[in-house]
Design a protein around this ligand. Sequence first.
Ligand SMILES: Cc1ncc(C[n+]2csc(CCOP(=O)(O)OP(=O)(O)O)c2C)c(N)n1
Length: 374
Amino acid sequence: MKASKLLSQLERMGIDTIAGVPDSTLKQFCDGVQTYQGKMSHYVTANEGAAVGVAIGSYLATGRPACVYMQNSGIGNAVNPLASLANGDVYGIPVLFIVGWRGEPGVKDEPQHVFQGKVTCQLFETLAVAYHVVDQNTTEEEMGAVLQKAGEALAQGEQFAIIVKKGTFEKEAPFLWSNGNPMVREEVLGRILRTLPRDVVIVSTTGKISRELYERSDAIFGGHDNIFMTVGGMGHASMIALGIAEKRPDKKIVCIDGDGAALMHMGALPFIAARAPKNFYHIVINNMAHESVGAMPTGCQQASFARIAAAAGYRRADQLETPEAVDRIGGLVREEEGPVLLEIPVSLGARSDLGRPKESARENKESFMAFLKG
Ligand SMILES: Cc1ncc(C[n+]2csc(CCOP(=O)(O)OP(=O)(O)O)c2C)c(N)n1
């Protein structure tokens, strides 16, 4: 199936708005959305609930249903506006979902996708959203029938989900862009690990930032017990770090966040500033993209996390633009009180042979808790 073809079919169905958060299973589809020549408006939203919000608003303004795309991890974020606004017992607002299915039962995937993958279809059933699963063998004719069914549901003010298995979309011309930043994320993460005191507690965000930290830490120190990897729950690393920081004022806590993740639940910033934990250091690695799932731009390239954090009330907030500035983080963490936010601009891209954690998530939790205790 070609993304460009599906997009023009959606447009013919009267859909003129598409909003979502990128996903690795939908990488080819997301590339197709970026390069699409049609008339649809496209929004990469901060989270999947916000995409449902745009879909609702756009429908209210035009009477046309919108399409929301996301990874199945994002269903949780979408449930609130879906169940309490779009559902037929409330306003009855049509939305077409396109959902990448990570953790499909029987297909090996990372721990964070296993349970979510198992309950994906059930969740749509519970939410009274009719759905159809498509894969690489779905023919054009079958897809036509699915869209026909979807159109009928949308016409009734209902929602419909197309659940997409891995490998469904064909490769087309990728969407290529550069953010112009010279520093490389993995090198920056290595520098951060080297400059930080060895006894700091690190909470890292979802995606390749955690995978790169894990590998760098193993290579430099032969272990990673001080790192809690927020492998799922994108956007919640900083609140996890706050939870630890408040219970362990004797430890310095460093949250290593991504810009996409920080945007996803940005309410954390003023909240952390209000709690003012003295032992809290927040580093935002900013590549202006959801790099881990295919480097789609976040759509908020203008945002300065340092300025946002300063306005939110962090005690100090800076942008670090050179390797030498990154090397000074350790001194800052040793000498200054938090909450501090440091924004580090980096380029796009990652090593193609980047690994994944070798232990189970539970083993990592246990070694991290033992480190915290010790
Ligand atoms: C709720 C939710 N939506 C989407 C995803 C898929 N996902 C995993 S990592 C990622 C991108 C993270 O972007 P950012 O925080 O900027 O870090 P980067 O990958 O750019 O280093 C996305 C969208 C997810 N895991 N959870």
